[in-house]
Design a protein around this ligand. Structure first.
Ligand code: FMN
Length: 176
């Protein structure tokens, strides 16, 4: 496989997961920076070519606080059947207005309990149930890709490559 085909194949898998809830790339690990590396699972809502990935969250969450301090973030995807790992370094934008935000808010608030807990996510409470408040705290996170690193463990040869925006996405093979 050539370099550009390797990137296209990977982006095609990410795009496939936009419309298919069971695709392994629907979930990813999202990392932001704090005193320790801060990671969690999120639902990847939309991939826009190699350029952007979107997910939803609560504006009061720790990740949003971290991104306000430092927008650098990393998304990690893994496809077990294809033994394909994708690591996207990105800059996060926290969207709380505009057409894209309004479009996704309508979808997100189909489940009105989400993003509406009375207390902020991660608050300590005495019981496992939680109250729903009057405000909704939905926000859209847009991750603008800076680099995409792909590793596929395959036979007869493992493949690893990194593509960078700064290099016009030309990319280069890496030792696996
Ligand atoms: C399967 C699964 C999907 C999740 N999807 C999201 C999501 O789309 N957005 C989100 O903010 N949190 C999601 N979470 C919860 C996060 O993993 C995390 O616990 C929460 O966002 C608080 O993270 P923070 O305190 O580091 O900001 C999901 C958790 C699981 C297990």
């Amino acid at each position: 496989m050539e370099l550009d085909a390797f990137l296209n194949f990977t982006v095609a898998e990410l795009l496939k997961s936009n419309g298919y809830k069971k695709h392994p790339f629907r979930l990813c690990t999202f990392a932001s920076l704090d005193e320790y590396p801060s990671i969690r699972t999120v639902v990847k809502r939309k991939t826009i070519d190699k350029e952007e990935n979107l997910f939803y969250t609560d504006i009061r969450s720790a990740k949003v606080k971290q991104l306000r301090k430092n927008p650098h973030c990393t998304l990690h995807f893994y496809h077990p059947k294809k033994r394909l790992q994708v690591i996207i370094q990105a800059r996060a934008q926290i969207l709380t207005e505009g057409a894209l935000f309004e479009h996704h808010k309508q979808i997100a608030l189909l489940n009105p309990q989400d993003y509406s807990t009375a207390l902020a996510p991660g608050s300590k409470v005495d019981q496992k149930s939680f109250e729903i408040g009057d405000e909704e705290n939905f926000c859209l996170i847009k991750c603008v890709s800076e680099s995409i690193e792909i590793l596929m463990l395959d036979r007869p040869q493992h493949l690893r490559a990194k593509f960078e925006r700064a290099d016009d996405w030309k990319g280069s093979w890496l030792v696996p």
